[in-house]
Design a protein around this ligand. Structure first.
Ligand code: FAD
Ligand code: NAD
Length: 461
């Protein structure tokens, strides 16, 4: 079995290793750096910066914790150096694993010539590779706004923000989605004056409304100036800062000036120059490569995974689809179960969710009951000095099935994945109520929120 993988992100490199471990002869083509967006310009570097920012923030409470220390300050050069070191080490790990698995890695840009033939432009010229099966894993890139393009100087996107070597004094973040909120908190906690301009009436609007509202409260408390339901009209780099003009929900014309403007308004699939049409692949309207649940394109033997498909843009989804595509190349009939995708935000408090939000469950026709328990009433949250948080359970009124779990608090991103068992196997609230949660842990608030759906929470009046 020959498999060619195009793109070395968390989709592509996982597919290559999984296929090689099944005995396939695998070639991986990557035009830039192994690890893709996630490792080099996404998940890992953002969380490294957030970690430093949150430690600095927590240091402000040292006296309350009984620790006497002189006032800390931020050395951003060191923050950036640590982030780069982590990225480099992990990238070396990916390279090592690919080598050990026997994957032939080619540095170059791939372009389809036909269904089973690809040309790769390398530093030493073009090479042609033939393969029975091809997996497209070319990822995504930040979107510009129609009236505002990131220039990498003072108008930047997430790639540029992660490459900053010094902190600006002020920053306007356009877009209050996951990227906008994670960067806003990291920068404000490192001492930058941050403004968010968001078009919708909620931050992280795809999350449950109670988590969106909590995000707004937390970022406001951090000092972020948040403007919702606003329309950004343009931005001008005046030399003394970038002046962003926008209208508020009531139509009032406003402007805000900052050293940097971060455009965080979404990402688009990258298939530019790939010429997948030469393989017969019918492209999607947004330049994406559409697939079925088993990661198959419309062409036999051509698969696509991860951000390029135009589906959920998460590293763990790309990696999961990688395993599905490989399984199916080897004759399997696997499909991704979107109900059990964990959605995590690495702000402080962290947020984590799985399954239906209350709003989505209602829209889908369920009659729902919800239970809620606040982190402020949870012993472990109090010990850790993290009182902002909650657990919310969404259950079907009829048979008590757990439809969704929504969490905010310390380490909740570590708690959500095992709930796949609950959602996938349609466990009921009663089933979860019979699980034993260790004490004292933050996770006890999940138990309480499940009980609360029937007004039976123990530590709640
Ligand atoms: P990518 O990681 O984009 O990899 C695609 C690779 O293909 C790239 O290396 C590219 O160079 C290569 N390529 C493209 N075209 C060609 C070609 N023609 N020939 C050869 N190579 C090619 N997700 C999470 O799950 N958790 C997070 O915490 C998280 N944080 C994020 C933070 C930021 C700031 C950003 C921007 C994203 C974040 N994401 C996060 C999303 C995550 O990074 C993506 O969902 C994930 O990287 C998608 O993986 P992929 O393999 O599909 O594509
Ligand atoms: P997003 O779609 O999550 O958020 C973009 C936001 O920008 C939305 O709230 C949207 O309403 C707003 N917006 C769009 N146009 C606007 C305009 N003209 N003016 C003001 N606001 C505008 O996209 P993102 O935050 O860029 O993230 C991209 C992807 O990266 C996400 O889908 C996410 O899955 C992934 N990601 C995940 C994580 C994580 O898992 N923790 C972290 C970062 C990124």
């Amino acid at each position: 079995m020959e498999i060619l993988v195009i793109g070395g992100g968390p989709g592509g490199y996982v597919a290559a290793i999984a296929a090689a471990k099944r005995g396939a002869a695998v070639t991986l083509v990557e035009k830039d750096m192994l690890g893709g967006t996630c490792l080099n310009r996404g998940c890992i570097p953002t969380k490294a910066i957030l970690h430093s920012a949150n430690l600095f923030h927590e240091a402000k409470d040292f006296a309350e914790m009984g620790i006497v220390a002189s006032a800390p300050h931020v050395d951003y050069t060191a923050v950036a150096r640590r982030k780069d070191g982590i990225v480099k080490q992990l990238r070396g790990g990916v390279e090592f694993l690919l080598g050990k698995a026997g994957v032939d890695v080619i540095k170059g840009t791939a372009r389809f010539l036909s269904r089973d033939k690809v040309a790769v432009a390398t530093a030493d010229g073009e090479v042609e590779i033939a393969a029975q099966n091809v997996i497209i894993a070319t990822g995504s890139t930040p979107c510009d706004l129609p009236f505002l393009q990131a220039d990498g100087k003072n108008i930047i996107n997430s790639d540029h923000a992660l490459a900053l070597q010094a902190l600006p004094k002020s920053m306007v973040v356009i877009g209050g989605g996951v990227i906008g909120c994670e960067f806003a908190q990291a920068f404000v906690r490192l001492g930058v004056t941050v403004t968010i301009l968001e078009a919708l009436d909620d931050l992280v609007a795809t999350m449950d409304k109670d988590l969106s509202a909590l995000m707004k409260r937390v970022l406001k408390k951090d000092g972020v100036d948040i403007h919702l339901s606003c329309r950004v009209q343009g931005a001008q780099d005046t030399g003394a800062g970038v002046c962003v003009t926008y209208s508020e929900a009531d139509g009032a014309q406003k402007s805000v000036t900052a050293d940097k403007v971060l455009i965080a308004t979404g990402r688009r699939a990258v298939a530019d120059g790939l010429d997948a049409a030469a393989a017969g692949v019918v492209m999607g309207e947004r330049g994406n490569v559409p697939v079925d649940g088993g990661c198959r394109t419309n062409v036999d033997g051509v698969y696509a995974i991860g951000d390029v498909t135009g589906g959920i843009q998460l590293a763990h989804v790309a990696s999961h689809q990688a395993e599905i595509a490989v399984e199916n190349i080897f004759g399997g009939e696997e499909e991704m179960d979107e109900r059990i995708v964990p959605y995590c935000i690495y702000t402080s408090p962290e947020m984590a969710a799985m399954g239906y939000t209350e709003q989505k469950a209602t829209e889908a026709g369920y009659a729902v009951k919800t239970g809620m328990f606040a982190a402020s009433a949870n012993g472990r949250s109090m010990i850790e000095g993290m009182r902002d948080g909650l657990s919310k359970a969404v259950l079907d009124v009829g048979d008590g099935t757990v439809l969704g779990i929504h969490l905010a608090g310390p380490n909740v991103t570590e708690m959500i994945s095992p709930f796949a068992g609950v959602i996938k196997f349609e466990a009921t609230g009663e089933d979860v109520a019979h699980m034993i949660f260790a004490h004292p842990t933050v996770s006890e608030f999940i138990h309480e929120s499940i009980l609360d759906a029937d007004k039976k929470a123990i530590h709640k009046v």
